[in-house]
Design a protein around this ligand. Structure first.
Ligand SMILES: Cc1cc2nc3c(=O)[nH]c(=O)nc-3n(C[C@H](O)[C@H](O)[C@H](O)COP(=O)(O)OP(=O)(O)OC[C@H]3O[C@@H](n4cnc5c(N)ncnc54)[C@H](O)[C@@H]3O)c2cc1C
Length: 508
């Protein structure tokens, strides 16, 4: 295109962050163009099928989609809430936490009162601690204005941002088991002892305790409906369009340049990709070497191995909850596993078989995996549109890991044995290649309560018409990325105005 066809906003990256920002801005009358490297839009919202069964590549369940929560309001404003088919999880335990070979499954339940009541059956002496815990996560939620769709001040956040997760839980109860049950699903935020801020845990957990849903038949529905909304408001989506350069001239970005030489001119640009990818695109000295060095040196959250299994019909009873298993009594230990101790944890997600009530049709299992385990295949690339085999050694590696994980799963789910009709697996390389996230990291940059300034990425950059959004800014996950998209769009539309519009539609 020529510079005469300038867009109001050019967005790089068609994951949830980019797509939701695009919809919000197009809805407010801007001429928006979204550039996505992949054949599919959605990034982490993508799904795939195996034996005609739909599998989520990342997002298995979402917190805060129930009425009255922020995510519900954001998705309603974006025009997609009523279109999503949701399946609710078990009220008395959406997640169940397990340790080692202990039989007990500790429930994390929906509803603040119910959460306390259900856990009291395992920890009868801990009512006060559980009530204090609930109060603490509510206080933190209230202190993040945008989490409640309020226009507040940064000071509110600052007052609770320096609480460490480990220390806060230790302050609430001396019962180690309860501390670890509360941390038992820390795969949701890739927590690390002594580093993870309490707010990260609180904002994520509060949303799931409010409401936990699976999008049926898969999370790609979110991307599909956002895309439709975008088109309805005149926005454009260009797939198979990898941006290689954001050109800076006289202090502003003029255009995005793609791998195949196309140029997209815009007044404003939003990077909805990992900050490291953005830095490689912008060779302007407005982004100072010290800033570049700091970003490149940041620790990323751990990656994961994923095993997806299609089950023989009518063999494995459905669980309407997820199982989070930790090999150690210490729920933070898994992230520091050594290769010969693998798997050190897993999260198992079940999908109901609609034709066989009471049974599961498939199971997906995630288990932390360090990128180092697959580093010898770093130079390979395999994703839709760029398919290249990584070689037989890699296939053998995946088979060995699959077998180790299965052996561990059989201990708790013996009915799985002999009843897997087909399976497939993914490694940190798969995530790296599909999302562009360095080292296939689960949630991007690791938030460290000891280094708040260094590990917090702002929506604004030093280049006035270049903004950022996505999971590395503020908070990850469907809820976190959606809130961040609102924060990014507010930079262009005004926070008061945007929140006003969202509330107005809410009352219609
Ligand atoms: C294994 C896994 C499980 C998860 N499970 C859950 C869950 O159950 N619930 C939940 O709420 N959250 C979950 N998350 C987190 C959630 O999926 C993410 O935080 C969120 O979807 C990230 O959205 P995003 O837009 O920031 O990034 P992404 O989805 O990564 O999107 C980035 C997009 O940018 C594109 N891109 C990259 N480089 C370029 C380029 N040069 N040019 C153009 N496009 C480019 C990529 O192709 C991609 O589409 C999970 C994440 C992972 C990895």
């Amino acid at each position: 295109m020529s510079s005469a066809d300038t867009y109001d906003v050019v967005i790089v990256g068609g994951g949830l962050g980019g797509m939701l920002s695009a919809v919000v801005l197009a809805k407010e009358g801007m001429k928006v163009c979204l550039l996505e490297r992949d054949k599919q839009v959605g990034g982490c919202l993508q799904t795939f099928s195996l034996h005609k069964k739909v599998f989520d590549s990342c997002v298995h369940y979402i917190g805060g989609l129930g009425k009255g929560h922020t995510l519900h309001q954001i998705f309603r404003y974006a025009g997609i809430m009523d279109k999503l088919e949701l399946k609710a999880y078990d009220e008395n335990g959406f997640d169940r936490i397990a340790f080692g070979d202990e039989d007990i499954l500790y429930p994390q339940a929906i509803g603040k009162e119910n959460f306390i009541e259900q856990l009291l059956s395992c920890f009868p002496a801990e009512r006060q601690a559980l009530e204090e815990y609930m109060k603490a996560i509510t206080t933190v939620g209230d202190s993040f204005p945008l989490y409640r769709l309020r226009h507040g001040s940064a000071d509110e956040k600052a007052a609770v941002s320096n609480w460490g997760l480990t220390k806060t839980l230790q302050g609430l109860t001396s019962n180690k088991k309860l501390q670890n049950v509360l941390l038992g699903n820390n795969l949701l935020y890739a927590g690390e002892a002594g580093k993870t801020p309490f707010y990260l845990h609180a904002l994520v957990l509060e949303s799931y305790i409010h409401s936990s849903h699976k999008v049926y038949p898969g999370s790609s529905q979110i991307a599909k409906f956002l895309w439709k909304e975008l088109q309805a408001h005149g926005g454009e989506v260009h797939r198979n369009t990898e941006v290689t350069k954001l050109n800076e001239e006289q202090g502003i970005i003029t255009h995005a340049e793609t791998k195949d030489g196309q140029r997209f001119y815009g007044k404003q640009f939003i990077a909805a990709v990992h900050p490291e990818i953005l830095l490689d695109m912008v060779d302007s000295d407005m982004l100072r070497p010290a800033y570049r060095k700091r970003i490149k040196a940041l620790q990323q959250t751990v990656s994961t191995f994923m095993l997806n299994m299609v089950l023989k019909p009518g063999t494995v009873p459905m669980r309407n909850y997820n199982i989070y298993w930790n090999a150690s009594e210490d729920a933070f230990a898994a992230v520091n596993y050594t290769a010969n101790q693998w798997p050190a944890n897993y999260a198992a997600f079940f999908t109901a078989d609609e034709t066989n009530p009471g049974y599961a049709e498939s199971i997906s299992v995630l288990s932390y995996m360090h990128y180092e385990e697959v580093a010898k295949w770093t130079d390979t690339l395999n994703r839709a549109g760029a398919e290249h085999e990584r070689g037989n050694n890699y296939i053998t590696f995946k088979e060995q890991k699959t077998e180790l994980l299965l052996q561990k799963l059989y201990e708790r789910l013996p009915e799985l044995k002999g009843n897997i009709a087909a399976h497939t697996s993914a490694t940190p390389l798969t995530y790296r290649d599909y999302t562009g996230t360095p080292a296939g990291s689960l949630y991007g940059i690791l938030k460290d309560v000891n280094k708040p300034a260094e590990t917090t990425i702002a929506t604004r950059t030093k280049i006035p018409n270049l903004l950022m959004t996505g999971q590395n800014v503020n908070l990850h996950g469907v809820l976190g990325v959606s809130i961040t998209a609102i924060a990014t769009c507010a930079e262009l539309l005004g926070m008061e105005y945007l929140l006003g519009k969202m509330k107005q539609e809410h009352h219609l």
